[in-house]
Design a binder for this molecule. Sequence first.
Ligand code: TYM
Length: 333
Amino acid sequence: MKIVVSGTRPTGILHLGNYYGAVRNYVRLSKDSDVRGYFFIADYHSFTTHINPTELPMLVRQTICTYLASGLDPEKVIIYVQSDVPQIAELYLLLNMLAYKGELEKVATFKEKIKLHNENINAGLLTYPVLMAADILIHRAYMVPVGKDQEQHLEMTRDYAKRFNNRYDVDFFPEPIAYNFGEELVKVPGLDGSTKMSKTGGETNAIFLNEEPDMIRKKIMRAKTDSGPTEMNSKPSQEIQNLFELMQIVSAEDVVSHYKNAWDTCTIRYGDMKKQLAEDMVNYLSPFREKINALMQDTDYLGKIVRRGGEQARESAEKTVSEVRKIMGINYF
Ligand code: TYM
């Protein structure tokens, strides 16, 4: 069996970047009968910023709904909440002993967060990659479908797996890889000209999977553009490159080549391109919106799925942690 693990922070309804960069691949991988998939909601990770306790349950439910609406089948994969598996916290503690402060301080996401949240640089933020390694190694996973922004975290997971194996002279943890079917990992751009769609980028950056058609149109029509190409076959600016990348996701191939050709020949009209992109985006996202809205009504069903998923995840996690304890000599009487 190929063990696949991945997770998402409970940021509510996910955006196109989360889906296209990661969740779509959870679904594609889970169709393989050789795969045992563990897909979770990374609620511990969300506490690195001050999350509102009264909002958290809704955010967790919405994230589960997005998993299901994207096509994850709870009969085939294990869907659970990270904090329902306390063994992850134990492995995190033990892996922390193999994680060096110097290298954690150099992690790109940590440096970015320092800039964003200068008032709250906590130890959880520093050791975020160690918790992620615990999430992955707890099921001794080999494949981790994630977007490009998680690449460095996966490298660190491999380092911790190697360090553990070397320190205790065992061949216990596999060295997991960030997986996208042999292709480069994906980074879906934002609508505001930034190279990454992200929730923190604000309303003008991201399109959510349950977005209403009118809102999708509004956001896309407002997306950043430039004053247009002045030379034939020139390189598009970042904003225009972003629109092309979004088009590549949601539009038909001939539509993309039509606008590429229009760009190359300096005949492009951004208004037309945006209208086309907006309609293709509406079509692409409509099935998600309908499913998410229906699932959000059924809290009991969602609860059942994660309770059962939690049991299955704990069983697998306990096997790993009890081996780790033995290997480390935590086995006194
Ligand atoms: P998170 O919650 O930020 O994002 C969830 C997944 O979505 C991907 N993603 C993107 N992919 C392409 N383009 C984008 N614009 C984009 N934005 C987000 C992310 O790469 C991710 O795969 N640390 C993780 C959660 C996590 C995890 C794990 C993942 C915790 N433990 C163990 C894998 C394995 C995170 O914050 O993802």
